[in-house]
Design a protein around this ligand. Structure first.
Ligand code: FAD
Ligand code: DHB
Length: 389
């Protein structure tokens, strides 16, 4: 088998890249370790930046998002019983879109399948060969047989635990990491959201986030212990904890119901450099992870896709390698700013086990400065709606 670009991983990065390239007549094969249903069963991000929304439109998969997505022009931050709202539109002229990663992925799968794009599911033992030569190839097992695809380029879109990053030799790869001493417990419930803006809450009992997917589907998170498992958290315990962490006016009006999904995610900041080795390009979570505070994970994956798509287009349409040669540098420049913002939002809003009285005073001063200062709010708004590509 042959393809111009082999894409490893059928998550949002791989699917979006494949769809954009397909529209320019660049031929790809997507290799996914799981099934479509498994990928669609993962509940993850919910907030799309302006740049991601534009890429979805460019990929021709934005119709449902434009119909069903909810535009958010502001967000609420709270600490103890105080709250303030930051208006994105006022500071940046733009907004974010509430539309779940599950829906983005579903739209991408549907578009890819409708266009007859090749996706091979249930692949095992993917190996990227000769990425540092002009003739890379990928081997994998599917249905008990080993297959090989020869290609021009490999896009490693296989997430944090994939094979792509590990294909780059140790001597070339530099990794930067910060692990946080807590996790997020998230639930999905078929109840109306407590507020029409998201609420990011810093409280004495830890962080909480009130988010949503639609008018009758809420997504809520609370900071939890790393050792906790979903079984430690009955629905009742979750709702009681959430109520104790958000301002009273929301706690009093919160509508609760049975959870339809409950999961725990650890928090980590991670970047690998460079994001290119020979003819292999890393994209999305394969190259970097952010803690979820500020909703940058999926959106930063999308900006990588933008740079790689443009680089590959320039290569195939103009025979100019400039875009792929500068891919790693361009992507990383934006990645590090998303890393900074996510780290800052996490530090601002969580309770850390080793936080001293001094640290708490500084955190509070940071929040009070943000509440009172237009420029500080503008900085948050610019980062939240997404820095330009
Ligand atoms: P992934 O979505 O990880 O996709 C990679 C794909 O590659 C997967 O389908 C995987 O099955 C496949 N794969 C892996 N290894 C192989 C292999 N060897 N061969 C073939 N295929 C392979 N971001 C937010 O902004 N907000 C959130 O609330 C949020 N919550 C999250 C919760 C969790 C539990 C996790 C893990 C992430 C969360 N994120 C969140 C981050 C966001 O979901 C990711 O940034 C986004 O999914 C990145 O997309 P991706 O396509 O790069 O990687
Ligand atoms: C969601 C997740 C986030 O990490 C965030 O900052 C905002 C919203 C969500 O899942 O809805």
């Amino acid at each position: 088998m042959r393809a111009q670009v082999v894409i490893i991983g059928g998550g949002p990065s791989g699917l979006l890249l494949s769809q954009l390239l397909l529209r320019r007549g660049i031929d790809t094969v997507v290799l996914e370790r799981k099934t479509r249903d498994y990928v669609l069963g993962r509940i993850r991000a919910g907030v799309l930046e302006t740049g991601m929304v534009s890429l979805m439109r460019k990929a021709g998969i934005a119709d449902r998002m434009d119909r069903e997505g909810i535009i958010h022009e502001s967000t609420v931050l709270s600490f103890d019983d105080q709250e303030f709202s930051i208006n994105f539109t006022e500071h940046t002229g733009t907004h974010v879109m509430i539309y779940g990663q599950t829906e983005v992925t579903r739209d991408l799968y549907d578009a890819r399948e409708a266009a007859g794009g090749r996706i091979i599911y249930n692949v095992e033992n993917v190996v990227i060969n000769d990425a540092d030569t002009d003739k890379p190839f990928v081997t994998f097992d599917v249905g008990g047989a080993t297959q090989q695809i020869d290609c021009d380029f490999v896009a490693g879109c296989d997430g944090f635990h994939g094979v792509s990053r590990r294909t780059i030799p140790h001597g070339v790869r530099r990794e930067y990491e910060k692990v946080y001493p807590f996790g997020w417990l998230g639930i999905l419930s078929e109840t109306p959201p407590v507020n029409d803006e998201l609420i990011y809450a810093n409280s004495a009992r830890g962080f909480a986030l009130c988010s949503m997917r639609n008018a009758n589907l809420s997504r809520y998170y609370v900071q939890c212990q790393l050792e906790d498992t979903p079984d430690d958290w009955s629905d009742q315990r979750f709702w009681d904890e959430l109520r104790s962490r958000i301002p009273e006016k929301y706690a009093d009006t919160l509508i609760t119901g049975p959870s339809i999904e409950k999961s725990i995610a650890p928090l980590r900041s991670f970047v690998t450099e460079p994001m290119r080795w020979g003819r292999l390009f890393l994209c999305g979570d394969a190259a970097h992870i952010v803690p979820p505070t500020g909703a940058k994970g999926l959106n930063t994956a999308a900006s990588d896709v933008h740079y790689l798509y443009h680089g590959l287009m320039q290569y195939y349409e103009e025979a100019d390698p400039e875009g792929i040669d500068r891919y790693s540098e361009r992507a990383l420049a934006r990645v590090w700013k998303a890393e900074r913002f996510s780290w800052w939002m996490t530090t601002l809003l969580h309770r850390f086990p080793d936080q001293t009285a001094f640290d708490l005073k500084i955190q509070r001063a940071d929040l009070e400065f943000l509440r009172a200062n237009r420029e500080a709010q503008s900085v948050l708004a610019q980062n939240y709606v997404g820095l330009p590509y």
